[in-house]
Design a protein around this ligand. Structure first.
Ligand SMILES: NC(=O)c1ccc[n+]([C@@H]2O[C@H](COP(=O)([O-])OP(=O)(O)OC[C@H]3O[C@@H](n4cnc5c(N)ncnc54)[C@H](OP(=O)(O)O)[C@@H]3O)[C@@H](O)[C@H]2O)c1
Ligand SMILES: [Mg+2]
Length: 325
């Protein structure tokens, strides 16, 4: 596996080039600010009536309506939600973006699943920071960085790799490591990781375990602490020191109980489901369902998001999180 760091990246093909960041949400805000602070020329492109204009103004970033921003761009970073990329491309980019520009993604799905077919004259690259936007920004300000994956889909200029690495360096990712992968590899691992573990399995496990303790009459704050809050301490240990440090840091009772009961939870049935989830990513079933489901306006997602936010674990969570302040 090839990993690049700042010292490997000597060229600056984005010097004096106009970078246009479409969207100013989680990744858009972090990437715009990191690139600006790294000395690049950045304009943010926003849709009409965006609620984020005041945030962009507060940071003294230049912004324009999407159509106008696209016309000024040498590089466009697609940092609106994935499910909006095809329509934004077709409405604003296809006919208005200069010839031989660079189209950059932070996730590979639209290219890998061909929901968006870029013009052949463009370089098409991906720089996917492997963290939520606020952490990308915070690490940059701390003088460190988060790792990123970079990929090349179309290399019309012959310089697509230099451009992607230069952009990733501007985000601060070269302080950590910029890993080479394909759009396919990033798409499959990213979707699988968020579904099986990060945003799926882990969250359901925390909720189900919390609900069991509540059902048994235990105090909500303690239930929240054990089933959700402490996940961070274990995750931090794994993140910074690995499985050996984890195994040697928790008590023998905890390790014995965990190693004994964990496989009862993640049993053969669960493993088959995990495998099925991967199949549905690989054969495009998930992508088809999601991209055809009207994305941000998806009523099911809206309902489930509200249920999660209003789950009783959140009330207990607020009390415990206050203790750490
Ligand atoms: N979030 C992450 O941690 C993360 C990590 C790695 C990669 N990524 C990738 O980064 C990309 C951006 O994700 P994100 O989570 O940062 O997005 P996000 O926070 O949901 O993006 C919000 C921004 O997109 C704008 N927007 C939403 N719908 C739009 C539409 N139909 N037309 C025009 N603008 C629209 C919003 O406009 P308003 O200002 O008008 O509300 C806002 O400025 C995705 O490809 C994602 O897969 C995300
Ligand atoms: Mg993702």
């Amino acid at each position: 596996m090839k990993i690049f760091r700042d010292s490997d990246i000597k060229n600056n093909p984005l010097k004096d080039k106009q970078i246009v960041i479409l969207g100013y949400g989680s990744q858009g805000s972090a990437q715009a600010l990191n690139l600006r602070d790294s000395g690049f020329k950045v304009i943010v492109g926003l849709r009409k009536g965006s609620q984020r204009i005041k945030d962009v103004e507060r940071e003294r970033l230049k912004f324009l309506p999407m159509a106008e921003a696209v016309k000024k761009a040498d590089l466009i970073a697609m940092l609106t939600p994935d499910e909006t990329h095809a329509s934004i491309y077709n409405e604003f980019i296809k006919t208005n973006f200069k010839q031989n520009g660079v189209l950059l993604f932070a996730h590979g799905a639209n290219i890998y699943f061909k929901t968006l077919l870029p013009r052949r004259d463009m370089d098409v690259v991906m720089v996917a920071p492997k963290s939520p936007g606020p952490i990308l920004r915070q690490r940059y300000l701390d003088g460190s960085g988060v790792p990123a994956i970079y990929s090349i889909h179309q290399d019309k200029s012959g310089h697509a790799k230099d451009i992607a690495l230069c952009y990733a360096k501007g985000l601060g990712c070269g302080r950590s490591g910029i890993i080479e992968a394909t759009f396919e590899e990033e798409t499959k691992t990213d979707l699988f990781g968020e579904q099986a573990v990060l945003c799926g399995g882990l969250i359901e496990l925390m909720k189900a375990s919390y609900e069991e303790l509540i059902k048994r009459g235990l105090p909500p704050e303690l239930a929240y602490y054990e089933c959700s809050h402490e996940v961070k301490f274990i995750a931090d240990l794994l993140h910074t020191k690995g499985f050996a440090a984890f195994a040697n840091s928790v008590s023998n009772t905890a390790l014995y109980g965990g190693l004994k009961q964990g496989p009862r939870i993640i049993d053969e049935k669960v493993k088959k489901t995990i495998s099925k989830i991967y199949d549905e990513i690989e054969d495009g079933t998930f992508a088809k369902e999601w991209f055809e489901s009207n994305g941000s306006k998806n009523a099911w997602l809206d309902k489930k998001r509200k249920e999660l936010i209003n789950h009783s674990i959140e009330k207990a969570g607020k009390t415990i999180r206050e203790l750490g302040k």
